[in-house]
Each structure stands twice: as structure tokens, then as C-alpha cells.
Design a protein around this ligand. Structure first.
Ligand SMILES: NC(=O)c1ccc[n+]([C@@H]2O[C@H](COP(=O)([O-])OP(=O)(O)OC[C@H]3O[C@@H](n4cnc5c(N)ncnc54)[C@H](O)[C@@H]3O)[C@@H](O)[C@H]2O)c1
Length: 349
């Protein structure tokens, strides 16, 4: 079983249409390239080379492997792919200028950013600044992966949340190393655009899920899948009434590439699937009905390993990406859950 679904990669490549050709002959630097999204981008670019592009693109993959795990260590063997084990908190000087930088390095799972708060903060700030310097020197377009977490815990009047909402975030809370550093990262993008003309775009992803998430990722869906497939009860922290939205990975990757190619420099874009906004209790029920698996659930207090001040509701308003970029998520939650759990049944053995 591969680390993702072949049919998904093909579907995604064909849905990119003509814009795929913008990558022909280009050099693409990906940071965090052996993480969930970085591996996905890599596979999409290598598949475009195999099926669409006459003049192949080149992928330069940077990762220090801090959370890349077993799936990340399994490197593709392809002459258009080069891996460099590098901590991007230190500067990186490519041999030749690059055309695109996807700054996907980060410590994304609450379990890991609680464990490594300084590394989490630095990869989104110093690491990003190093990549902005590189983009400035190369004249590259850069995409920064911020997060929906920069909105903190919005009040009801700001859910679904637009990009113009300034957030309700604590600089001292247990999540601050992540959400405050992503906020500062956005400031850096804006400064580099205004001061040096660097074409840096910002995406704010809302809970991306799908094949390729590691069993020990500790984010909600891989965590649930690992438990359910081992016939163990899943644990819902707090009340179980907190809501999220979930965006299937093919929809998210298409949205990220649309922002990279067509987004306004210095501007943020929400990328996610606003429907349904679902509570954790209802998510468990939807997993059961869409996969036919038996799901047992408990409710418990937050353990020390998980930051307790989690947002109560999270749901994107994606009007800006819809209008400016034609972005539209296509995979419904029950269909995405079926694809993810089918894949996990083989991959999480
Ligand atoms: N997946 C989501 O739902 C989601 C949501 C919001 C934001 N994001 C952001 O998108 C980016 C990619 O997310 P992901 O799901 O692929 O995360 P991931 O944890 O699967 O991958 C991140 C990768 O970055 C690498 N990394 C961390 N620090 C590094 C450093 N200093 N130098 C080099 N490599 C380093 C890790 O080893 C890992 O392979 C992250 O910045 C994350 O914060 C993701």
C-alpha cells in the first residue's frame, strides 16, 4: 500500500487543467517536504512530469525529519527529485535559483508543538525569513502555510470566519508557540512584499485530512483511525461539542496551488471545506455511518500532552478564494472519510 491513493493523484492532476503547465521546466523548493502536505505536493509534481509536462519540473525537498516519521523517510527514486536533510532555521543556499518556494515546514500537530514549542516558533519565523531571503535572491513566488489557528477562538458572530477577522488569540496560552508564530510569519510575508517586492502568498488551511497522514501524527482523524482500526475506543477531549470542518487533501492541494499561482502577493486566503461544520461527537457518528466500522467513544479531560485551550468552533468563509481564484472543494465528508479509512486499513496495520 502506497502512502497515498493513486486515483486521487490522477484526479487532482487532471483537475489542475492548463495551470499545471505553469510548472513546466520550473525548479520548486519544498520545505517540510517529507511531511503530509510536502509528500503530497512531491507526488503531484512527479506525476505531472510523468503524464502532463513535456519539460519536467524539478523538486528540491528540504526536511530535518523532526516529525517526518517512517513515511517521510521513504524517499522517491526519481531524477527530478533531490532530497536535502536540512534544518531551515539555518539559511539554505540552493545551487541554482528556484522559481517557486512552498514553505510547508512546521510542527503542525498539537501533540508535537506542545513537546517542541521553541522549534515550532522558530520554523514559522526564522525558518520563513530564511526562505523569504532565498525567494528574494531568486525572484521566486513563495507560499507560506499559515493556519486557521491564527483566528484563535472566534466568537459566534465571526463563524464562518473571513480573512478580515483579526482573531481572538492568547500570546501566553498553550497554543501560542504555534498560532502566534504563524501570525508573525504572516507579518514577515507582508513586510517582504512591501519592502522588497517579494511575491509571498499566505494560505490559512482548515484541517486537511486524507491518505498519507501518519498513524502517529496525533491529529484528530489519524488518531481516530488508528484507534478504530485497532478496535479501541476513541477519546473526545473536553465536551465533544467543539466543532471543526474537514477538507479532503486533494481539494486542499488544488486550493494551495491556485493561491501559489494566482493569489495576490501579501494576501491571506482561507483554504478549507466549510461544509459541514461538525462537532466531534457527530464526527464519530459520521465515521460509523460512512465506513460501516464499529466506533466506540469516551469523553475525557484534556491530558497534559494536549493543549487544553482549544477553539470551540472553527469554520472557514472561503468567499475570497472562490471569487478571486475559482476555488471550490469537491469531495464531501462521507466520501473523503471512506477513502481515508479504506487507505488506513492497509497502511495502519
Ligand atoms: N495539514 C493541515 O491540516 C494543516 C492545517 C493548518 C496549517 N498547516 C501547516 O501546513 C504545513 C504542512 O503541514 P503538514 O500537515 O504537512 O505537517 P507535517 O507535520 O506532516 O509536516 C511538516 C514537516 O516539516 C518538517 N519540519 C519541521 N521543522 C522543520 C525545520 N526546522 N526544518 C526542516 N523541516 C522541518 C517536519 O519534519 C515534517 O516533515 C505546516 O506548516 C502546518 O503548520 C497544516
Amino acid at each position: 500500500m502506497g502512502f497515498l491513493l493513486d486515483s486521487d493523484i490522477d484526479e487532482l492532476c487532471s483537475s489542475l487543467g492548463e495551470s499545471a503547465r505553469d510548472f513546466a521546466g520550473r525548479r520548486i523548493l519544498i520545505t517540510g517536504a517529507r511531511g503530509f502536505l510536502g509528500r503530497y505536493f512531491t507526488d503531484v509534481f512527479l506525476r505531472l512530469n510523468a503524464k502532463v509536462l513535456k519539460d519536467p519540473c524539478e523538486v528540491i525537498a528540504l526536511d530535518n525529519m523532526i516529525t517526518a516519521g517512517q513515511l517521510g523517510a521513504d524517499l522517491p527514486k526519481d531524477r527530478s527529485f533531490a532530497f536535502v536533510n536540512h534544518d531551515i532555521i539555518k539559511p539554505f543556499y540552493p545551487e541554482r535559483p528556484v522559481d517557486f518556494v512552498l514553505h510547508a515546514a512546521g510542527i503542525a500537530s498539537p501533540y508535537y508543538y506542545r513537546k517542541w514549542p521553541l522549534e515550532t516558533l522558530e520554523v514559522a519565523t526564522t525558518g520563513l525569513k530564511n526562505m523569504l531571503e532565498l525567494a528574494k535572491a531568486s525572484g521566486a513566488r513563495l507560499l507560506f502555510f499559515s493556519s486557521s489557528e491564527i483566528y484563535g477562538d472566534p466568537d459566534a458572530a465571526h463563524v464562518p470566519t473571513k480573512e478580515s477577522y483579526n482573531g481572538n488569540v492568547s500570546s501566553l496560552g498553550a497554543r501560542a508557540c504555534y498560532d502566534e508564530s504563524k501570525r508573525l510569519g504572516e507579518t514577515l510575508i507582508r513586510i517582504y512584499h512591501e519592502k522588497f517586492g517579494v511575491k509571498g502568498m499566505i494560505v490559512r488551511p482548515f484541517n486537511v485530512y486524507g491518505p498519507g497522514m501518519q498513524k502517529l501524527d496525533y491529529r484528530v482523524l489519524p488518531n481516530f483511525a488508528a484507534k478504530i482500526l485497532a478496535n479501541e475506543a476513541v477519546t473526545l477531549y473536553g465536551t465533544g461539542k467543539q466543532t471543526r470542518t474537514f477538507c479532503y487533501v486533494t481539494d486542499a492541494i488544488r486550493g494551495f496551488l491556485q493561491v501559489l499561482l494566482k493569489g495576490e502577493p501579501g494576501e491571506p486566503y482561507n483554504i478549507g471545506n466549510p461544509s459541514p461544520e461538525i462537532s466531534m461527537v457527530d464526527l464519530v457518528k459520521t465515521i460509523q455511518t460512512s465506513t460501516n466500522l464499529t466506533v466506540k467513544a469516551n469523553i475525557a479531560e484534556h491530558p497534559d500532552s494536549y493543549p487544553a485551550d482549544e477553539p470551540q468552533r472553527r469554520c472557514p468563509d472561503i468567499t475570497k478564494a472562490r471569487i478571486q481564484l475559482g476555488y471550490e472543494p469537491k469531495v464531501a465528508l462521507d466520501e473523503g472519510l471512506r477513502r481515508f479509512f479504506d487507505w488506513a486499513q492497509g497502511a495502519y496495520k
